[in-house]
Every structure is written in structure tokens, then in C-alpha cells.
Design a protein around this ligand. Structure first.
Ligand code: ATP
Ligand code: AMO
Length: 442
């Protein structure tokens, strides 16, 4: 490797006087007359290379001054503790190599001094991600996914991979992307839903999958992507209460791990993270309606059973919960059967409501889940009740005839999880190369 250290991993006290090699990008050059600073940046942070003109060989000074911003360089030099420099040290260079010179001018600023529009940033995402904030979001996202995997492995879940090219819709037909599959029409999968349920019949018992989902969402919003990352879970011999408990523990664990392991990234983003308190508050759908109708005057039209909770009501109710409880996360349970997909289990006592839930953040929905209808007849009649054709679900329905255990599960949108955790304005900020209505490149 060309480097001996990352910028933020140099210990100024322990390494004082030693020679090290850093590799990275020229973040900034400041020529103050008698002294010249070159700031090198890598994934972990910044290091100051200090050249005192009188003491530096003219050749080295020339190289340092010529470096165009954002060029790739390596620097070998002596570490000197310096409290005023980034990370508490500076490097007195013995050699500087220009590994690959950047073209100028740059497509956008990387120092944070000039704000760029989100579109400009996404058009130039490779360089946008060099900004400390960009890197921080994805270091945290990486930790989130690591924690999720650890959590599930510790709880005896198996990681699965189900097909993304499919023959039928799972979440209703409207949001499907059709594709050409040799001489047939196929679709990009909207959710692993049907497959994760089929695996319950295989006896896999507890599965999770982290993978892409594709939805041809028509609207261009701050919280919808056309390609998102779904964290999917399915568990046998468990009901909706069991998986809600699993879900809230998962969220708390992810927050704890990020708080513990991503201190610096959180600081860069100015996020003061608070681990949600367990158990999450639960509001039955009908309770939500009653609160909205009686205690939230901003919603003028009274809501009635069966209505969807729209974006405005969702926001105001989230705010209401936050004011009451001080918590951002909560569940809305017991949704009307007709507002939930066919695979949700109707309640045994009141079949017009389902054993389902949405896990909400103050600002938006983060997850939905349910106990599933595991009895063949109920499932078939629910498919029909949605106006769907039972025949097109043959591959899915067959396992229900040959020993399907009771089961429950949920799906969490990874980008929305990261977005709400970090208070990002737009879900696109939580995706490296987002896909939306207008954006197919890069
Ligand atoms: P909002 O309700 O806040 O206006 P939304 O309903 O579009 O937004 P979410 O509620 O977060 O978004 O749901 C995410 C995805 O789930 C969307 O793709 C939406 O189309 C889909 N979806 C929501 N409800 C159902 C449903 N009952 N059946 C199938 N898909 C659904
Ligand atoms: P649902 O459709 O609610 O449920 O999706 C689950 C979660 O995935 C995220 N999500 C999205 N995020 C960004 N952009 C999108 N277009 C998008 N669509 C979905 C959201 C949402 O809460 N099969 C069920 C899950 C289950 O019951 O197990 C399902 O797909 O955070």
C-alpha cells in the first residue's frame, strides 16, 4: 500500500517525530507568504502539510504550490503535534508525489464554502461524496447495515436472496416496472414478500434479506425512490406482536451502534442522536382517527373508518405523538383489512381489521408489517377481494397447501431509516446513486 496511515488515525503524541505516508486528495492549498499549507483529505478526515518557505527545499515548495485542488497525492513526512491543525498534528514533508492531477475547474466545490443544488450534487455525485458530510452519511449507512446483519445473525436469522426479476406483482400492479425477458414480459420485483413467505413453508423459520426493491412511483417526492433498499424479515410461529417487538429492538440496536461507533460522522452532520425508548408507543388505527378528528383541528375533513391516513394527517399525528411522549418512533396497529395487502391476516374477532402495523417516524412511515394469512382459503378469498386473479399466484399459493406454519414479518426502507436518523431533507441524500423519475444516470 502507498499509505502507512489514514489522516484521522495518526496519534499526535505517540507518533510525534516519526515519518509516515498519507495518501488522498488535495483539499485546499493556502499560501500565506512565508508559510504554505496543503490540506490532504482521505476518507477519515484531513491532515495539514506545513511548508515553512525558508526551511523547505524550493523544489518541494514548487511541487506543493502547483498541486491543483482535488488531485491525488501521497505525502511522506515527519509528524509534529500541533493543536491548531486538524486532528492535532501537522506533517513536515520530505516528499510529495502528485499521483494523478485533477482537471480544473472542478464541477463543484468540495470544501463546503459554496452550496450546490441537490441536482448539481447528484450529477457530480463522485465528487459530492468527497465532502465530509457526504462521506459521513455513507459511513453511517454502512454501520446501520452492519448492525442489522449482526442483530439478525445473533437472533438466529438466515440471510436470503430472492429473485428481482419476477412474473407477478406483490404490492399491487400499479407501481411495476415491466421488462423484456427473452420473449416474455417480466417485472422488477417490488418486494421479496411472496418469496420470503414461501420460505416459511420450507422450514427456514427466520429469514432476513437486504436488497433492492423497484417501484414505478409516479410522484416525485422527498421520500420516494424508484429503486430503494428494503430490509425484509419473515418469522414463523410468531404473530404481529412478536415481530413488532423484534422491529423496535432492531431500531434501538441500530441507533445504539451508530451512537457508539460513528461519533465523528454524527458530529460532522451536527446530529445529536437519541436512542428511542422501548417499547414503542402503539396506537390502534381507530384511536388515531379519533385523535385526528377530535384533537387535531388543522384537519378539517373528518376521517372515517377505511380512510387512508394521508401525508398531512401523518405529519400532524407524528407531531402530536412527539409532543405527548417525547418519542419520534411509534406504531399504528390494527389497520382496516381493506387498506392492507391481501397477505395480511384478518383479526379473528373483528375481520374488518387486520393484524397489521406500520412503524412510523415522526415525519414518515418507516416500515409496514403484519401477521400473514397462512390459511389457503382465507388467502384465496383475500386475493379475490382485491380484484386479483388467483391463477397468477399459483406458485405462491401452492406452499400454503402443503404445511405452511403461521408467520409474520415486516419490511423497513433502509434509506428512510438513515434519512430520519440523520434528519436529512431528502431521501436521495441516503443513496449513493439515486434513481428517481428524472434520474437514470449516473
Ligand atoms: P403517503 O401515504 O405518505 O402519502 P405513500 O403511501 O406513497 O405515501 P408509503 O405509505 O410510505 O408511501 O408506502 C410506501 C410504498 O408502499 C409505496 O410504494 C406505496 O405505493 C406502497 N403501498 C402503500 N400502501 C400499499 C398497499 N395497501 N398495497 C400495496 N402497496 C402499498
Ligand atoms: P411497504 O410497501 O410499506 O411494505 O414497504 C416497506 C417499506 O419500504 C420503504 N419503501 C420505500 N422507500 C423509498 N422509496 C420507495 N418508493 C419505497 N417503497 C417502500 C418504506 C416502507 O415502509 N411487503 C411489505 C412489507 C411486509 O409486510 O413485510 C412492503 O413492501 O420505508
Amino acid at each position: 500500500s502507498l499509505r502507512t496511515h489514514y489522516a484521522a488515525e495518526v496519534n499526535p503524541a505517540a507518533e510525534d517525530g516519526k515519518s509516515i505516508t498519507l495518501a488522498g486528495w488535495v483539499h485546499e492549498i493556502r499560501d500565506l507568504g512565508g508559510i504554505c499549507f496543503v490540506v490532504l483529505r482521505d476518507r477519515t478526515g484531513r491532515a495539514q502539510i506545513t511548508l515553512v518557505k525558508k526551511k523547505t527545499e524550493p523544489e518541494l515548495l514548487e511541487i506543493a504550490k502547483r498541486q491543483v485542488r482535488e488531485s491525488v497525492i501521497t505525502v511522506t513526512g515527519i509528524v509534529k503535534a500541533e493543536p491548531k491543525a486538524p486532528n492535532g498534528y501537522e506533517i513536515i514533508p520530505t516528499s510529495i508525489a502528485l499521483v494523478n492531477e485533477s482537471t480544473s475547474p472542478l464541477p463543484m466545490d468540495t470544501t463546503g464554502k459554496v452550496d450546490a443544488e441537490l441536482d448539481t450534487r447528484l450529477d457530480n455525485r463522485f465528487i459530492d461524496l468527497r465532502r465530509a458530510e457526504g462521506t459521513a452519511v455513507f459511513l453511517i449507512r454502512s454501520q446501520v447495515l452492519k448492525s442489522i446483519r449482526e442483530f439478525f445473525y445473533e437472533n438466529k436469522f438466515m440471510e436470503t436472496a430472492t429473485p428481482k426479476i419476477v412474473a407477478a406483482a406483490t404490492e399491487g400492479g400499479t407501481d411495476l416496472f415491466p421488462i423484456q425477458y427473452f420473449d416474455r414480459e417480466a417485472f422488477l420485483n417490488q418486494s421479496p414478500q411472496l418469496f420470503k413467505q414461501m420460505l416459511m413453508s420450507s422450514g427456514f423459520d427466520r429469514v432476513f434479506e437486504i436488497g433492492p426493491i423497484f417501484r414505478a412511483e409516479e410522484h416525485d417526492t422527498r421520500k420516494h425512490l424508484n429503486e430503494a433498499t428494503s430490509i425484509d424479515v419473515e418469522m414463523s410461529f410468531a404473530d404481529h406482536e412478536d415481530v413488532m417487538e423484534l422491529l423496535e429492538k432492531l431500531i434501538a440496536r441500530v441507533y445504539e451502534d451508530v451512537l457508539k461507533n460513528c461519533e465523528k460522522s454524527l458530529e460532522i452532520l451536527g446530529v445529536d442522536l437519541k436512542v428511542p425508548k422501548l417499547p414503542f408507543y402503539k396506537y390502534a388505527y381507530e384511536e388515531v382517527l379519533s385523535i385526528i378528528n377530535n384533537e387535531i383541528p388543522e384537519i378539517e375533513t373528518k376521517m372515517k373508518f377505511g380512510d387512508d391516513i394521508g401525508t398531512q394527517a401523518e405529519h400532524l399525528f407524528g407531531e402530536y405523538v412527539f409532543q405527548k411522549t417525547g418519542e419520534s418512533h411509534y406504531f399504528i396497529t390494527a389497520w382496516p383489512t381493506k387498506t392492507k395487502p391481501f397477505y395480511a391476516m384478518p383479526n379473528a374477532v373483528r375481520p374488518e381489521i387486520s393484524n397489521s402495523f406500520d412503524m412510523m417516524h415522526r415525519t414518515m412511515e418507516l416500515s409496514s408489517g403484519a401477521q400473514r394469512a397462512h390459511l389457503y382459503d382465507i388467502l384465496c378469498s383475500q386475493i379475490q377481494a382485491k380484484g386479483l386473479n388467483v391463477d397468477s399466484f399459483e406458485f405462491y399459493l401452492k406452499p400454503f397447501l402443503f404445511g405452511m406454519p403461521p408467520h409474520s414479518g415486516f419490511g423497513v426502507g433502509c434509506e428512510r431509516l438513515v434519512m430520519t436518523m440523520l434528519g436529512l431533507d431528502n431521501v436521495r441524500e441516503a443513496v449513493l446513486f439515486p434513481r428517481d423519475r428524472k434520474r437514470l444516470s449516473p
